[in-house]
Design a protein around this ligand. Sequence first.
Ligand code: DOR
Ligand code: ZN
Ligand code: ZN
Length: 448
Amino acid sequence: MIVDSVLVNAKAYFKREIVDCAIAIENGEVFKIGKETQMPKADQRFVLNKSLVLPGLIDPHVHLRDEGKAYKEDFYTGTAAAAAGGVTTVLDMPNNAPVTMSAETLGNRIKIAKKKILVNVGFYSEFPIEPKGIRDIVDEGAVAFKLFMGKQVGGLGINDDRAVEGALRKAGELGVPVAVHAEDEKELKKNEEKMRRSNRHDVSAFREAHEEIVELKAIERLLRITEKTGAALHFCHITTEEGLSAIIRGKKTGRLATCEVTPHHLLLSSDDFGRYGMAAVTIPPLRGKRHIKALWNGILNGWIDVLGSDHAPHAFREKDASSIWDVKAGIPGLETTLPLVMSLVMKKRISLDRAVSLLSEKPAEIFGLKDRGLLEEGKKADLVVVDLKKKFKIDASKFHSKAKYSPFDGWEVQGKLLKTFVNGRLVMEDDEIVEKAGCGVAIRRNSV
Ligand code: DOR
Ligand code: ZN
Ligand code: ZN
């Protein structure tokens, strides 16, 4: 038998250990992991010089934009950024133009994406206006629903408890998770109006408007509403000690709840805001040291399930405004997550086991990507090759994303991505995209 390719002289993360081995890939899957001498013949051979092979990252929080927002990012540039960041699967957020909130908008988005993507892409949908549309959206292939609580984005009235409960019940019945942007709309609006009335346009006004209670209220409300629905809730970008505690209480009392934190909320503090400028304006905002400490505890003891980038690219001119209310919030994160986390691994702030669980295993589990997230025989060959010794500086001007800014610009990191394989194909090597647009797979929930 001749397989498609073999990777030899690798150090692979396999069954929670790093093992010297070779990996054979056939038909997009990991065919065999073993000694080089046991490998079948192959069409292509990659000599890895003892570099580390990890399962590719699965980033469940990515705004790929395109369609009416293609000037910020499109499917090609967004998935090129993913490949360049070792992210082999992204889940695409629905706050697009048009908003993904019907079988039709979703189907159309998938059609456009298919021609352009370089990695695997699964799609979120917002809830539709009519509850009966929920099933159609799932049949069309949505991997999950997204619920923005800070402002209504989809068709569902977010302040109507009964309507929210009904939507969650339906999602629960269909076995589709619901990711939540947890900010309470009423609280947020009240705060923002207060700030504007007192002519406050500075960053601290923005932080005060998005104060801690805004996050906590939304989390508590959702945990209350979901109690009997059977829906699996996934709380996006948790930023506060109180919010995390509420989720932990929810988990302990049997709620189906998981949560995510972003690298920027973990590594950057609101105290340092002056240094990062508008590039660091994001929603929810960066927080103070007390919260960062709580998030770190959550990361280390397992209460936080996922590290997601919340890759939210904007044109630079949209970040550059004198009033904070005119600045578009969002940080492009696809190209910084892996080096930032590998640096933490090298500094022993987090174990490799925890890192892989947060970046690949858990996101696969939560979002039902059954054949991904693990380096194992029979799983999809979504793999990244990393030189853990190599140090370099993050240079946002070289990003593949259209958004060439980052609060991490200039940071010295350790752990350089050398290669990204998606479904067994080499897509990125030495910072260059080496595959054609459209080689990625649009993942439909029912077909994974
Ligand atoms: O900072 C953010 N940017 N937070 C969000 O919730 C939305 C996102 C975006 O789409 O730009
Ligand atoms: Zn959000
Ligand atoms: Zn987001």
